[in-house]
Design a protein around this ligand. Structure first.
Ligand code: HEM
Length: 201
């Protein structure tokens, strides 16, 4: 076998693998699991979000499960939108972000057969995803993981952190997005609400 030619462009930015491990214990206590559409997920008591060079395994005991995704390049965000988001978006892990939500989402085949420009048009020109979302910054911190190309059961794992006082604001945001044209292509969606587990000691 002939070895692949050496890469003369230097090292790549490492792939960040995200795992959401649900089980009996974890960094976040699950306060509610709501199936918005499609199949739900098995009930669990707690969840941990892990970012590493490798995916985490599912817990060996109990009825736990794990979902995997990778942090990836942006597909739809345009230059001016990116500049605005960079100014407005808070980071994860703020001390007052005591509540969070994991929303795994799968889109329909009808979405994935569309060409890129039509998907972008539905996403922003028609649905105003970024424009709506931006109104909720900096209250809500977010992170998006892509799962579709991993052959996972969801296409995206969306993660949000905010203060208890902003829990209602977050519900307003998801309510607005679910009324958009983009959400007509959402075939499976589960909303997992979380509260940070107090640190022992
Ligand atoms: C906090 C406010 C929000 C902002 C500022 C925001 C912003 C964005 C941006 C900029 C993208 C495009 C990334 C790219 O260019 O590829 C995106 C994608 C996405 N967002 Fe949001 N978002 C917000 C809230 C939400 C919420 C609440 C959900 C779920 C209920 C959600 C679900 C998604 C999904 C599934 C994608 C991927 C869409 C696709 O590639 O087809 N977002 N979001």
């Amino acid at each position: 076998m002939v070895a692949a030619p050496a890469d003369a462009t230097g090292p790549r930015v490492p792939v960040v693998r995200g795992s959401f491990v649900a089980g009996d214990v974890g960094d976040w206590r699950i306060t509610e699991m709501r199936t918005i559409c499609g199949d739900g997920l098995p009930r669990a008591a707690a969840l941990t979000r892990v970012e590493a060079g490798r995916f985490a395994a599912a817990p060996e005991t109990g009825s736990g499960w794990v979902l995997h995704g990778v942090r990836s390049n942006e597909r739809y965000t345009e230059c001016d939108e990116k500049a605005r988001l960079t100014t407005l978006q808070p980071g994860l892990g703020r001390p007052n972000s005591l509540v969070a939500a994991l929303i795994p989402i799968r889109k329909s085949d009808a979405w994935w057969v569309l060409p890129q420009d039509e998907r972008r048009a539905i996403f922003e020109a028609q649905s105003r995803h970024i424009a709506i979302g931006s109104r909720f910054l900096p209250a809500v911190a977010r992170r998006l993981y892509h799962s579709r190309d991993l052959g996972e059961s969801f296409d995206f794992l969306t993660w949000f952190e905010f203060s208890e006082a902003d829990a209602g604001v977050f519900e307003e945001l998801v309510g607005l997005l679910r009324e958009t044209e983009e959400w007509r292509y959402v075939a499976r969606e589960v909303q997992i609400s979380l509260r940070r587990t107090p640190v022992a000691g």
